[in-house]
Design a protein around this ligand. Structure first.
Ligand SMILES: [Zn+2]
Length: 452
């Protein structure tokens, strides 16, 4: 195997790709691909057709049951000291309020950090908690699900999630993994949050909240196909193909889906030639609290021993430094450093365990799992347009897509051909130690995701 020649061939193919951007156009034209929607099914079928066309083998769908959630109506009104309607949307998995709605005063907990909640913990029972999507400039950045969990734990009866960036956009996201939240929750824009906060600072501010959503059991499907190698060792490369129902989900995660498709296109012709098998996976239902990959790991417990490494490509397209969050796995990190040196490409590596995406369930199972990153972390910006209605195709640059695919292809080629084991399984104790070292015990407990 002449790695150098193959490397050049992959780079040329990626840089001149006739498929990568058109695939994204197709995905966003289907619609949001939200779990349970017709556009989700269209995307699933499209990925399967493409995997077939690109020459993947053992092509199959992996179904799983879950609780589907369907957006209904949402009404938020200030009733005192003034009367005013506020635009709002339900957060995903928000339960309905009693018919006719509920009425309570709002308590503002700022960014919703552990400290801010602690300071107001005796004032929250029976109230509606409002917190911002902003995060502190330093230290940990609490996830939306953690902020919500703390409101539930404090006895609040409703939750308002105010975006911290101007532009009139509420920011959606799930409340709990694969199940209804305990209390109704809505998102509002920065401007509405600012107006509410001004009232709250002056005195008691009472609102009514009337939310009606629907939920019932349904089925989703991961799409899986292999580039068979010379051994049974597998590198699993995946990204979620579902989006949020209020948007095109062009960046999150149309681009990640297109990365998986593009790598399938590049590596399909290499079947039978590489040391390891590369398994590609279009992952379903990530936006429901990392539900799909969690179900996959649960449903295949004891059968995933062939997976040596999982690479998550959720959001792996951007104009920042390309690299990986290595989940504190020193063996994988050291190999990636060697690959960076050999390819003379400065991969940006961080030790971070990304807990809110599809690498996480594999990591928790002890399977080495990492995530590709391509955007500079910007705490002020947070998700940017992600999870808003403005996550649309115009935000994506075709050049960035192609560059990210090149980088991923070069790394994947070398990992597939690596002559020693890439990474060893971790024991539950080792996983726990990594999480504790990254200060993740409390946040995961608040999200109901701490198994130890
Ligand atoms: Zn995503």
């Amino acid at each position: 195997m002449d790695i150098t020649a193959l490397d050049k061939q992959l780079i040329a193919e990626a840089w001149t790709s006739p498929d990568m951007y058109p695939n994204l156009e197709t995905l966003v034209d289907f619609g949001s691909r939200f779990a349970g929607s017709p556009s989700e099914a269209q995307a699933r079928d499209f990925i399967q057709q493409k995997f077939h066309a690109y020459g993947l083998k053992q092509l199959h769908l992996a179904p799983f049951d879950y609780l589907g959630w369907y957006r209904g109506t949402c009404g938020l009104n200030i009733v005192a000291p003034v009367q005013r309607a506020i635009d709002s949307i339900s957060l995903v998995y928000s339960p309905s309020t009693p018919v006719g709605g509920l009425r309570a005063a709002i308590i503002d907990v700022g960014m919703g950090t552990e400290k801010e909640y602690a300071a107001k913990k005796d004032k929250l029972a029976g109230k509606i908690v409002m917190c911002s999507s902003a995060n502190p400039e330093e230290g940990r950045q609490p996830h939306r699900r953690e902020k919500y969990g703390r409101a539930v734990d404090a006895g609040a009866i409703g939750f308002i999630y105010a975006r911290h960036l101007p532009g009139g956009l509420p920011e959606t996201g799930s409340l709990r993994p694969g199940r209804l939240g305990e209390i109704p929750a809505v998102a509002i824009s920065y401007e509405s949050g600012f107006a509410l906060k001004r009232l709250i600072d002056k005195g008691e501010t009472v609102v009514t909240l009337d939310v009606q959503n629907d939920s019932h059991p349904t089925v989703a499907y991961h799409v899986i196909g292999d580039v068979p190698g010379k051994t049974d060792q597998v590198i699993l490369v995946g990204a979620h193909y579902d989006g949020h129902d209020i948007a095109q989900g062009a960046m999150d995660d149309g681009t990640g889906t297109c990365m998986v498709l593009e790598l399938a296109r590049l590596f399909g012709p290499l079947r039978g030639q590489l040391k390891r098998t590369i398994r590609f996976m279009g992952i379903a239902c990530e936006e429901l609290g990392v539900l799909g990959s969690t179900k996959y790991v649960e449903n295949n417990r004891g059968k995933l021993n062939d997976i040596e490494l999982m690479i998550n490509l959720d959001g792996a397209v951007g104009n920042g430094a390309k690299g990986f969050a290595t989940s504190g796995l020193d063996d994988v990190e050291s190999i990636l450093r060697k690959i960076a040196k050999e390819t003379r490409y400065p991969l940006k590596l961080s030790e971070k365990v990304v807990t809110a995406s599809d690498n996480f369930p594999f990591f928790m199972e002890g399977i080495p799992a990492i995530m590709m990153t391509a955007r500079e972390e910007n705490r002020t910006l947070g998700r940017g347009f992600g999870h808003t209605a403005m996550d649309t195709l115009d935000k994506v640059n075709e050049r960035d897509m192609k560059e990210c695919a090149m980088v991923a292809a070069r790394v994947l080629l070398r990992l597939a051909e690596w002559d020693k084991p890439i990474a060893r399984r971790r024991t539950p104790d080792e996983i726990k130690a990594i999480l504790v070292s990254q200060d993740l015990e409390q946040p995961l407990k608040a999200q109901d995701k701490w198994p130890f």
